[in-house]
Design a protein around this ligand. Structure first.
Ligand SMILES: [Zn+2]
Ligand SMILES: [Zn+2]
Length: 310
């Protein structure tokens, strides 16, 4: 494992172009681009079969999002109240979920059944026939990031369905113009933890955003700053050695103040890099940083230890 010192991010920022505080998800491309990225990462990867399966799962997420039904959103008064109190308007914990997400899950299970790894077939069959109350219990577990090992195999599919539902809501015009919360490490739209942070390319090259693990909203956080405790003095970076082309594309930003870490994905070095897919293709980095005593600051709910891919 290599240790690198912080680079000087300010110099790469476009002068005069203030990056927006919050960027909502792009429904036409977010899951399609992620699926394509999973496919590319799967080629020649030791966990290639699993990554290729996640590519198929993400394709179904894309299709579900394109034909998503109109579901209830917070009304103007609720949006205003959330803004005034700096609270997320679509809180993962507390939002009254539309049953649409359970229909997403049923379709996901049905579509994936033909090419699911044999070991996961019983999981999909069980999910397809589960009662609404049981599915709600699993959803609560995903949304609180409290993963019971007994549920490990089912939770990534539940999470995938919830991601479609929350991403659709987060992308609606009523939810634009959000401000950051007082807590830097929580999504301004749904209050979830980030899966990773992303250094942007294009218009806002060099700006860093945290990427929501649930609704795919991104929110700006200056670089070389810990997303958990807000300190920057003891931040450094860890990278995996040796993986040609991958090196430096995904780094672990570790904080010696609070001993947490979050990965930082460089779209400025590879425009197709994706916080969810590139995270799951670099689990070896998590193992190294974990062994060094750091606790991961946000989940990737498509991977639950003890479940598929572990
Ligand atoms: Zn969110
Ligand atoms: Zn910290």
């Amino acid at each position: 494992m290599n240790i690198t010192t912080p680079s000087s991010p300010a110099s790469t920022l476009n002068p005069g172009l203030e990056p927006p505080a919050v960027i909502g998800p792009q429904p036409a491309s977010v899951f399609a681009d992620r699926a394509a990225r999973f496919e590319r990462l799967a080629a020649g990867h030791p966990s290639g079969d699993w990554l290729a399966f996640l590519a198929r799962l993400t394709r179904v997420q894309h299709e579900l999002l394109q034909r998503h039904p109109a579901v209830a959103l917070p009304d103007a008064a609720a949006l205003e109240q959330a803004r005034r109190h700096a609270m997320p308007p679509l809180p993962a914990n507390g939002w009254r979920r539309d049953p649409a997400w359970q229909r997403h899950l049923a379709i996901l299970a049905d579509r994936l059944m033909p090419d699911v790894p044999a070991v996961l077939q019983p999981t999909l069959i069980a999910l397809a026939s589960a009662e609404a109350g049981e599915l709600d219990r699993l959803a609560d577990s995903v949304l609180r990031a409290e993963y019971d090992p007994a549920d490990a195999a089912r939770l990534p599919f539940v999470a995938a369905a919830l991601q479609v539902y929350w991403t659709w809501m987060a992308a609606q015009p009523a939810l634009t113009g959000l401000e950051r919360l007082d807590v830097p490490g929580l999504c301004p739209c749904c209050g979830s933890l980030p899966v990773a942070s992303v250094v942007q390319t294009g218009q806002y090259t060099g700006a860093r955003y945290l990427h929501c693990s649930l609704c795919n909203t991104e929110w700006n956080l200056v670089r070389v700053k810990c997303s958990t405790c807000g300190e920057g003095d003891k931040v450094s970076y860890r990278v995996l050695e040796g993986e040609a082309g991958q090196q430096d594309l995904v780094r672990a930003e570790v904080c010696d103040d609070c001993h947490s870490y979050l990965k930082i994905v460089h779209r400025d070095k590879e425009a197709t890099a994706d916080p969810v897919a590139d995270d799951l293709a670099t689990l070896a980095l998590d193992i190294l940083v974990d062994e060094a005593g750091y606790l991961r600051a946000g989940p990737n709910p498509l991977f639950v230890p003890g479940g598929a891919g572990d």
